[in-house]
Design a protein around this ligand. Structure first.
Ligand code: TLP
Length: 344
């Protein structure tokens, strides 16, 4: 019987079309800039995001790190939300490798940073202070149940950045989910950020890789930073080939994942021991809490595993179920029944 793995959308397997494209990919040495497939993916990604250039990197973490190392020098400060992946889940790389100082402010329940909190965090020139360089947003915002950040909010943050001569980076790991959920072109979500990182290896189902997009000049410098981090990949076209298929064929189908997430959330919310507001579920992530009988997230995850369903504990009483390619409505029904049974 099929294992229904809802721990993350990172577990997706490449599609048959991706495997075929990988097998056929034309290759060269990408450190020399000679891999035609990587070059094609980078051009396609830049075009989709409305940026001048893009850089293929090994992971979302590497894309964010290259961006921040390129934007900031040692001792510079970034303004970032305390629930953003770069701050919580990238092994402190910006501090360890970049000497970058995170100025952490709260994320609102919808994943945004309040403009007044951003303004208050910006340093005035003073010999005692680090220098504020960059504001960092995350779209969709994972820990806010995958909430999409809308273009009017992004414009408002850009305005604050402009008033203070700051740059803006978006961790857009799931920016295509945001665009589909909001019904806007992805360029409308990328426009106000100087740089955007997005992942191929999440809902878009490619096996490996992310893109960092920005100006020509920024990406040329980012290429040096990527090399320094050991991320110069040679015949990387075998991976990029899957990324091209991802961008060309896997974006529109994200709507199915969003519909499945809403369906799961609405049904889970009817269960007495589940703490969940289905209105908050707008993309592919279903975060929910347990209440009532002391059952822990770990215990529930272990019990549903026996029913061949994997969900991810995210704290003592909180879990995540992520929808993605390969998960059909019938799988969601199976997962729902398994959770119901294990809560009883
Ligand atoms: N997120 C992973 C885990 O690390 C939590 C997941 O399972 O959701 N930005 C955001 C918003 C992310 O959610 C992730 C990965 C990354 C960056 C990093 O991407 P990778 O895993 O490719 O380094």
């Amino acid at each position: 019987m099929k294992l229904i793995d809802l721990r993350s959308d990172t577990v997706t397997q490449p599609t048959p079309a991706m495997r075929e494209a990988m097998a056929q990919a034309e290759l060269g040495d990408d450190v020399f800039g000679e891999d035609p497939t990587v070059n094609r993916l980078e051009a396609l990604a830049a075009e989709r995001l409305g940026k001048e250039a893009a850089l293929f990197v090994a992971s979302g973490t590497m894309g964010n790190l290259v961006a921040l190392l390129t934007h900031c020098g040692r001792g510079d400060e970034i303004i970032i939300g305390r629930d953003q992946h770069i701050f919580t889940s990238e092994a402190g790389g910006v501090a360890a490798l970049g000497g970058i100082h995170p100025h952490v402010i709260p994320n609102e329940p919808d994943g945004t940073l309040r403009l007044k909190d951003i303004r208050a965090a910006i340093r005035v020139e003073d010999v005692h202070h680090p220098r504020t360089r960059l504001i960092v947003l995350e779209n969709t915002h994972l820990r806010a149940s995958g909430a999409p950040l809308a273009p009017d909010y992004l414009q408002a943050v850009r305005k604050v950045a402009n008033e203070h001569g700051l740059k803006l980076h978006m961790d857009g790991a799931r920016i295509f989910n945001a665009a589909i959920a909001l019904g806007v072109p992805v360029v409308d979500l990328a426009r106000d950020s100087d740089t955007v990182q997005f992942c191929l290896s999440k809902g878009l189902s490619a096996p490996v890789g992310s893109l960092l997009a920005g100006s020509e000049q920024f990406i040329a410098e980012g290429r040096r930073q990527r090399k320094m981090l050991g991320g110069g990949m040679r015949q990387a076209g075998v991976l990029a080939a899957a990324g091209i298929v991802a961008l060309e064929t896997m974006v529109e189908r994200l709507a199915e994942d969003h519909a499945n997430a809403r369906y799961l959330a609405e049904n889970l919310a009817n269960l007495p021991r589940i703490d969940l507001d289905p209105q908050r579920i707008r993309t592919n992530m279903v975060f929910f809490g347990l209440k009532g009988n002391g059952l822990t997230a770990q215990e529930l995850a272990s019990r549903v595993k026996r029913e061949r369903v994997l969900i991810q504990p995210r704290g003592p009483y909180h879990l995540r179920a992520a929808m993605h390619y390969g998960i059909e409505r019938s799988d969601v029904d199976h997962a729902l029944n398994a959770i119901k049974k294990c809560l009883a």
